[in-house]
Ligand binder design. Structure first.
Ligand code: HEC
Ligand code: HEC
Length: 381
């Protein structure tokens, strides 16, 4: 039992280890990972996605560890101990209203609600994160089973929950500060050295010991099982990235003046319109003999945006009403490249905004992964 409230904790302060080392390590590693995930998620440019994903996977591992340790850890790390502590919530709220909250050895009820809230939110965050990674980016273990649309919906949940986490962190820090002040105990230090004052005269019932061997074995089994499952999933081909044959005619003819655009970057109707007017092709005459034109038409129709489920294909499918043949006129393209200095597009290294390969190293695959963006340094025009 946990809520050994006392009226006067200041009378005697024998320090007793309450938080075991794994629990404390978990706490601070989680702080670090969540801070990194929030920072890279909210502030950093897209090509930092790699760090965001690393932080996300670290949170997955930490959560798995914490749930196992919640079963086999020392008394105060156990989920059952914490669940018991929630019973004291009304007592706690009443005390808090009178500015004399009961003192606790171990968890206080409000703290436990906060922890359970955090754990639940983090679980949903990592699951939606994996869905976005799989659906929108076509990366990670869920790429073979998640559509773009599903990933996109998961993103809405992910973003709302990320804001909620910010709010919860604020409440958590405020709560810890107020508790520390009201109790005259430095709770932050307690999470570092694991010590908490034991109120004088308090008999501590035998706390349950940790079972590290059991915890280790369960973690090992879980690691092998989930690792195997994730590996099996990640061998599935990503959903909506069909194997595409190269077409030499397309490469040669449409790659003569600019990069031969990946067929997924425009919908079928746009390619048809474009091929119908090759003699007036953006101020150039790009006419072709009928046989070559037909071959290219068949190729582009077979692999146009409709056949793909990548983020690029999904977004560029919504062409501009006034310029349906230009990828660079779609609202998505404009929005994504707004922050780039227009001079860079004219620079010697890039030459034109439609020279996608200058900055997107994987443009030929149609994936346009965030991690493969490498913007050249602006040199003279
Ligand atoms: C004679 C040179 C030439 C040839 C050949 C040519 N293009 Fe172009 N293309 C241009 C120019 C010039 C532009 C406009 C400037 C720019 O965006 O680079 C352009 C722009 C485009 C764009 C719009 C890019 C954007 O979003 O701004 C598409 C799509 C395109 N071409 C497709 C094709 C296809 C498909 C073929 C082959 C059938 C082809 N082009 C052959 C010169 C050419
Ligand atoms: C001068 C460099 C440059 C050129 C040229 C360029 N891009 Fe980009 N692109 C970027 C940068 C930088 C970003 C990331 C912007 C951000 O979100 O902060 C980006 C983002 C994108 C994204 C979004 C990626 C994602 O997952 O969020 C797509 C899709 C994309 N570009 C497609 C294109 C296409 C298609 C072309 C050619 C018609 C093109 N880009 C030309 C630099 C460039």
């Amino acid at each position: 039992m946990v809520n050994w409230s006392v009226s006067d904790a200041h009378s005697s302060l024998q320090m007793v280890r309450v938080w075991d080392l794994p629990t404390r390590l978990f706490h601070w590693l989680l702080v670090l990972s969540v801070f990194t995930a929030l920072l890279t998620g909210f502030l950093a440019p897209e090509w930092w996605l790699g760090l965001h994903l690393t932080a996300g996977y670290a949170i997955v591992l930490l959560l798995v560890f914490r749930f196992v340790w919640g079963i086999f850890g020392t008394e105060y790390a156990r989920l059952s101990n914490m669940a018991n502590a929630t019973r004291g919530i009304w007592n706690y709220v009443r005390g808090l209203a009178l500015l004399r909250p009961p003192h606790y050895f171990g968890h206080n009820p409000a703290g436990v609600f906060m922890i359970f809230g955090f754990l639940a939110v983090f679980v949903v965050l990592v699951v939606t994160g994996l869905m976005i990674e799989g659906g929108e980016e076509k990366q990670g273990p869920l790429a073979g089973v998640t559509t773009y649309a599903l990933g996109h919906r998961a993103k809405e949940v992910h973003e709302v929950l990320a804001l909620l986490v910010l709010l919860m962190i604020g409440i958590h820090i405020a709560g810890v500060s107020v508790e520390s002040w009201l109790q005259g105990v430095n709770l932050v230090r307690g999470m570092i050295d694991g010590l908490m004052p034991r109120p004088w005269g308090y008999h501590i019932p035998t706390p349950r010991r940790a079972r590290p061997l059991a915890a280790g074995s369960v973690i090992l089994v879980l690691a092998i099982a989930t690792g195997g499952a994730l590996y099996a999933l990640s061998t599935l081909p990503p959903l909506g990235i069909p194997p595409m044959a190269e077409n030499a005619t397309y490469r040669a003819e449409c790659g003569a003046c600019h990069w031969s655009f990946h067929p997924s970057l425009l919908p079928r109707s746009s390619w048809e319109q474009l091929l119908a007017k090759l003699d007036e092709h953006f101020g150039e005459d790009a006419s072709l003999p009928a046989d070559k034109k037909n071959e290219i038409a068949r190729y582009l129709a077979a692999y146009s945006g409709e056949s793909w489920d990548t983020e690029a294909a999904n977004r560029f499918r919504l062409v501009s009403a006034s310029d349906p043949m230009q990828i660079t006129k779609t609202s998505y393209w404009v929005a994504k490249h707004r922050q780039i200095d227009p001079k860079l597009f004219q620079s010697a290294a890039v030459k034109s905004s439609s020279n996608c390969t200058a900055c997107h190293k994987d443009a030929d695959t149609g994936r346009f992964d965030d991690q493969r963006i490498e913007v050249p340094k602006a040199s003279g025009p």
